[in-house]
Ligand binder design. Structure first.
Ligand code: NAP
Ligand code: GDP
Length: 333
């Protein structure tokens, strides 16, 4: 794919007045690349033009840059993914930056969408923004029911404000701005940086180094916390559905079922298998476990899409391990 900071996918060369111009912010990230993969391998409809952008095209925390971007692209629809993102350990270090950066990016994108008459915006929240003290399973009604976990309160409050803004834009201006709530995402094009990234890409990178350099493979924490993992390409298909079909302002959780929740230990064992590694797995219990679990219900999603098929976890981990091994030199790390 092109190295340009703005690129398009369309199935029809001609653009008419009824063409939907779908701007995807965060187009170079894990989720953005997965959406690009899905639309460029058969999902792009005749009437759609998809435009993917990165921070090189516009720093979305800069209001003028966002206005210029919207003047240039003239989107009718927006999938808003761009954010300062990181795993547990990056969040613990930079709560203030996560809060300020993400508040400004989100405010600029939503307000500029309003000023440009964008018909629909789908933004991205996360299950890690739910209250720390809660009952399980978590559902969509519980986003604001108490303080988030202390490790990522900056990111969480910034994300929660998207939902507040969506309601306010609907109430004051009648806008159709909504959001989706994915669980832990992984897949090709993830951030495989060991210190800053999420658990699965971090573990894949550590196993890669253990295999190629003989270093120890160490899982951080006790391995007992529980997570629901969603493959980025499954999430991409759900995002595209949400853009086309989901017309509630209230968010919707995009997740595998509660029965598919895995411990970090089980996830590490899956990575070991996916990377074909035969060495020992060590645990560094001096490192934080973070939130013990954030088990989310996908009942609302299943009502809309009862036949949606998720890629089996083992297959998705294997595909991601293979992608990382093949693309080690160019992967983000
Ligand atoms: P990612 O791989 O880290 O990608 C982040 C994207 O945001 C990149 O395209 C980056 O552009 C862009 N970006 C960051 N700061 C920007 C700025 N100031 N201006 C313009 N663009 C900027 O993240 P991801 O995992 O795909 O996350 C996408 C969305 O899903 C985020 O909203 C995130 O909160 C949400 N989410 C992620 C997870 C997860 O497990 N990864 C879970 C739940 C929700 P450059 O490449 O140019 O820097
Ligand atoms: P979270 O789901 O928002 O907490 O974010 P992460 O994807 O960073 O997952 C954190 C969980 O994985 C915690 O229980 C960590 O202790 C555990 N973990 C184990 N090894 C690693 C690793 O190498 N990187 C990260 N980020 N987390 C790890």
């Amino acid at each position: 794919m092109s190295q340009s900071s703005l690129w398009e996918v369309r199935s029809s060369p001609s653009q008419t007045d009824s063409t939907k111009i779908i701007l995807v912010t965060g187009g170079s990230g894990l989720v953005g690349k997965a959406i690009e993969h899905v639309v460029s391998t058969g999902e792009c409809r005749e009437e759609e033009k998809w435009v993917f952008v990165t921070s090189k095209e516009a720093d979305l925390s800069n209001a003028d840059a966002v206005k210029k971007l919207f003047d240039k692209v003239k989107p009718t629809h927006v999938i808003h993914l761009a954010a300062m993102v990181g795993g547990l350990f990056r969040n613990m270090k930079y709560n203030l930056d996560f809060l300020r950066k993400n508040i400004s990016i989100n405010d600029n994108v939503l307000q500029t969408s309003y000023e440009h008459g964008v018909q629909k915006v789908v933004s991205c929240l996360s299950t890690c923004i739910f209250p720390d003290k809660t009952t399980y399973p978590i559902d969509e009604t519980m986003v604001h029911n108490g303080p988030p976990h202390d490790s990522n309160f900056g990111y969480s409050h910034a994300k929660r404000l998207i939902d507040v803004q969506n309601k306010a834009y609907a109430q004051q201006h009648g806008c159709m701005y909504t959001s989706v709530i994915p669980t832990n995402v992984f897949g090709p094009h993830d951030n495989f940086n060991i210190d800053n990234g999420h658990v699965l890409p971090g573990l894949m990178h550590k196993v890669y180094l253990a295999k190629t350099q003989g270093t120890e493979f160490t899982v951080w924490g006790t391995g007992s916390p529980r997570r629901q993992f969603i493959y980025s390409r499954d999430l991409a298909r759900l995002f595209i559905w949400a853009l086309r079909e989901y017309d509630e302002i209230d968010p919707i959780i995009l997740s595998v079922g509660e029965e598919d929740e895995a411990t970090i230990k089980e996830a590490a064992e899956m990575v070991v298998e996916g990377m074909d590694y035969s060495g020992e797995i060590k645990y560094d219990t001096s490192k934080a476990d973070g939130q013990f679990k954030k088990t989310a219900s996908n009942a609302k999603l299943m009502k809309y899409l009862p036949n949606f098929q998720f890629t089996p976890f083992k297959q998705a981990v294997k595909e991601t391990c293979d992608w990382f091994t093949r693309n080690y030199d160019m992967a983000r790390k």
